[in-house]
Ligand binder design. Structure first.
Ligand code: IMP
Length: 429
């Protein structure tokens, strides 16, 4: 039995929730390894709907759930999310939930800075989720973060706070804001510390132990490869590495542990926030995709931008993340179109490109080259075998896998767990 790493292969919102939920129900441990509460996963279990932003999806079924060191943790958001789930009957305790003690914290000053910068950026704003993710990662890399383990040593925090506040006070002054209220920050940390510390431990140790004992581990990625801080549409990206390689560094297990890389791929493309999007459709087709696909952000409620499937970008994501197989989602949103298009290359300054260039201006200026296919009548919704699919829909799937040079491991045909066509079980090597 292998471990499985799930990542989004586009700009996030590919429908990871359902797939992760299904895999989590068969895993012995689920680990979040990057991002923070900017993610949004909706899980439907029976009659209950659970909305998760920070907690690993295994939490709902009582599977050992771990927040790895690669995550940035907002302690107050954590408490609120746990309390909401507890009210829904989910049991969360130190046996089934752990937080890496070397995880950096998101503090109110990070949320402030995220908001101030976005407000000042005007049309050039990133369109962040406003959760303080970027500023928290900056402080981690700048070696001035307060981490979970520091909560056990608040009386010895003076020098760290000096460094942190000196940095933030200068930035805040630039925005005409008062300095950080150190006493209030310390008081807030003091109040929340015992709550967080009850779950804190060196999770690399626990993960290595469960791995040795033969546990199946699910690494749960957030966002998508095109939002990766190195490989994405920089600077319109999130501030973490969202590629599969982060599963190892963000959890404390080596790369050999991360196993089958399942890339979640939506049958068309969406993006929230600003930044280049070659196949974006500003017409009624884009409108129709958004309406049929219920394309509104789980965390911010923002309307998602929609467009045709981009095989160039997805091929690049799959290569960069070493995707073993994909889960194709939301095919039914394409039901009933007379024609469907797939982007198979770009035109830029008279040249044809078979990859997405790195420079922001080039990314903004590429023109998609489309291949047009006949659409299909009838529905793919709820299909559980190839025989349930219209022949033309099968052709579409085959063309997608050919163009992205990565095989389809499963096709998801509705939000229901059973509505899935399984080609290859990621947990079975
Ligand atoms: P941040 O992660 O809040 O800094 O936002 C940076 C960019 O990533 C923005 O374009 C967000 O819309 C996008 N983003 C962050 N988290 C998600 C997600 O879970 N799904 C889709 N987009 C996201």
């Amino acid at each position: 039995m292998a471990n499985v790493t799930v990542i989004g292969a586009q700009w996030g919102d590919e429908g990871k929730g359902k797939i992760v939920d299904w895999l989590a129900s068969r895993a012995d441990a689920v680990v979040r390894f990057q991002g923070g509460h900017n993610a949004g996963h909706t899980l439907v279990v029976g009659e209950q709907v659970y909305k998760l932003s920070l907690l690993p999806s295994g939490i709902v079924t009582g599977t050992l759930s771990i927040i790895g060191n690669g995550v940035v943790l907002d302690p107050w958001a954590l408490k609120a999310e746990i309390e909401k789930l507890t009210a829904q009957g989910v049991e969360i305790n130190a046996d089934n939930f752990a937080i890496a003690d070397n995880c950096p914290l998101i503090l109110p000053l990070h949320r402030d800075l995220d908001g101030l910068r976005e407000a000042a950026a005007g049309a050039g704003k990133i369109g962040t989720t406003g959760r303080g993710i970027g500023p928290a990662y900056e402080d981690k890399v700048g070696r001035r973060a307060i981490r979970v383990c520091d909560l056990a040593h608040l009386d010895a925090l003076d020098a760290q706070l000096d460094r942190l506040c000196a940095h933030h006070d200068a930035l805040r002054a630039g925005f005409g804001q008062p300095p950080v209220d150190r006493a209030a920050l310390l008081a807030e940390l003091r109040e929340i510390a015992p709550y967080v510390l009850q779950f804190a431990q060196p999770v690399w140790k626990r993960l290595n132990a469960v791995r040795k004992a033969g546990a199946r581990i699910l690494f749960e990625g957030a966002q998508g490869v095109l939002l990766d801080v190195d490989h994405g549409t920089y600077p319109f990206v999130t501030s973490s590495n969202t590629v599969s390689g982060t599963a190892a560094s963000g959890s404390g297990l080596g790369p050999s542990a991360t196993g089958f890389v399942l890339g979640i791929v939506k049958a068309y493309t969406t993006r929230v926030g600003s930044g280049p999007f070659p196949t974006e459709l500003a017409d009624e087709v884009g409108q129709r995709l958004g309406e049929r696909g219920h394309e509104f952000g789980t965390v911010t409620g923002r309307k998602r931008r929609c467009g045709w499937f981009d095989a160039v970008l997805t091929r690049q994501s799959c290569a960069i993340s070493g995707v073993t197989g994909i889960a194709l989602t939301k095919l039914d949103v394409l039901d009933g179109f007379d024609k469907v298009k797939i982007c198979i290359g770009y035109r830029l300054n008279g040249k044809v490109l078979d990859y997405f260039p790195s420079h922001a201006a080039d990314q903004a200026n590429v023109e998609p080259i489309y291949e047009e296919m006949d659409g299909w009548q009838g529905t793919t919704a709820g299909a559980r075998s190839w025989a349930d699919l219209p022949a033309q829909a099968i052709k579409y799937i085959q063309r997608v896998q050919e163009l992205i040079e990565t095989p389809v491991a499963l096709v998801s045909t509705s939000p229901e767990r059973e509505d899935t066509i399984l080609v290859r079980d990621p947990f079975v090597d």
